[in-house]
Design a protein around this ligand. Sequence first.
Ligand code: SF4
Ligand code: SF4
Length: 181
Amino acid sequence: MSLMGFLRGLWAAFLGMLEMLRGLWTTFRSMFEKPVTYQYPEVKRPVRERFKGRHVLKRYDNGLERCIGCALCAAACPADAIFVEAAENTDEERYSPGDRYASTYEINLLRCIFCGYCEDACPTEAIVLEHQYELSFTNRRDAIYTKELLIVPVPAGGKPTPQNVPVGMYNRAIPEMKDPA
Ligand code: SF4
Ligand code: SF4
């Protein structure tokens, strides 16, 4: 072996050793850092404010359902995950302030990609993706969330639906906007 070849080999070995020491230094340093592992499920990782998890169907403070069965959410859904069937409200049997309400509302969570387009399309802010991310199913049927599973409980001071309301009390499906601008 020539002297040049020997020196090149020595240099390569030195560089290799340097890389190994750098790696060991990284390992050594991390021994004193705060662990980033969460002891799930005892400790749950907080999510960002804009995180999109499991859907809920909201109510107004008086207990009426926000959903008016317009199916705009279903039309906006790129995964065809939402099925809405509407029925007519009457003042004796009123579910929502509008002419109609969702008699059937289903989301197939196996199809859903949690994009939030349904939330954006909803004119009454009825469907909202909240922060629940613990979703598991053991069969396909359980992945279809029905209205009964999605709708939030009646708020304190509100009444359950259907409500019997005075004739003509509600004539708008979409609430007045405080600041249309
Ligand atoms: S989050 Fe997206 S994919 Fe899921 S139901 Fe809504 S629109 Fe469809
Ligand atoms: S959730 Fe909103 S967009 Fe979907 S049917 Fe109900 S009111 Fe319409």
